[in-house]
Design a protein. Structure first.
Length: 268
């Protein structure tokens, strides 16, 4: 990695704004790293798309972004895209790729009741990859899964300055709690990068007896490790946020993105 130009950015990719929850801790570890944050608003929400569609769409779009911004590394800051399209992305792109996977392993170590919830998009929670993680790391525990496309919309609404409907959050939590053994759930895996944006709203429904966990810190440490020895600018340049054009979904105000080091917005 040390041979890359200091100006070569880290590319963060998500269907929407959820990947900001990964960008935040990465910037804390690599404060002067150039950043490009890409959101596929034209394809949002990913959780309701077919596996075949995402396996085709995501590598093609990332190819355009890599050609345009010449990143040193790409972070797929989206559980759905990672669990479905990661092998296709790695086959298509000649640069290091960091994916996002549900934090089932640390959740299993944390749970005392032996009942873990996995809350993600519909597409993520149905993936065999999630079943495999559960079998490998939580074989002696009960892993409940629930998909909530409504929560993705709620998180986007919140970052656009709107009000979150708490009933939406309550329905998502009920989707886990109402399953057999759901009342004993004491750890909840946020298996969508959008969902930590709703941490306060989710905790209100879960109560103090449930601990939430996500993979953002682990991803940021992985990025720092892969870029160890890199030459970075002395000062952080303003980051770029790029959105695929969507007639019904304009990009958020720049003020929403500024705390993450974003200084300009582009559309493609």
């Amino acid at each position: 990695m040390s041979s890359a130009s200091p100006d070569a950015p880290i590319l963060f990719f998500d269907s929407g704004l959820g990947g900001l929850t990964v960008l935040g801790p990465t910037r804390a570890l690599l404060p002067t790293a150039p950043i490009v944050y890409a959101a596929d608003y034209a394809g949002l929400p990913y959780g309701q798309k077919s596996e075949a569609e995402l396996a085709s769409r995501v590598p093609a779009l990332l190819g355009r972004l890599v050609e345009r911004y010449q990143p040193r590394l790409a972070v797929i800051a989206c559980n759905t895209a990672s669990t479905i399209a990661l092998p296709h992305i790695r086959a298509a792109l000649d640069l290091p790729i960091v994916g996002t996977v549900p934090a089932i392993k640390p959740a299993a170590a944390l749970s005392k009741s032996g009942v873990i919830g996995v809350l993600g998009t519909e597409a993520t929670v149905r993936q065999p990859y999630v079943e495999d993680l559960s079998r490998r790391f939580a074989a002696d525990q009960c892993v409940l899964r629930h998909g909530s496309p409504e929560l993705v919309t709620a998180a986007e609404t919140k970052l656009h300055g709107g009000i979150v409907d708490q009933a939406v959050v309550a329905r998502a939590v009920a989707g886990l709690r109402e399953q057999p053994q759901g009342a004993a759930m004491d750890v909840l895996v946020l298996a969508c990068t959008h969902f930590p944006l709703l941490e306060a709203e989710l905790q209100r429904e879960l109560g103090d007896s449930v601990t939430m966990i996500d993979g953002a810190e682990g991803i940021s440490r992985r990025v720092a490790h892969l870029t160890e020895g890199s030459v970075w600018p002395d000062r952080a340049p303003p980051g770029i946020a790029v959105f695929t054009r969507s007639a019904g979904r304009p990009p958020p105000p720049l003020a929403t993105l500024a705390p993450y080091g974003i200084g300009s917005i582009e559309t493609i």
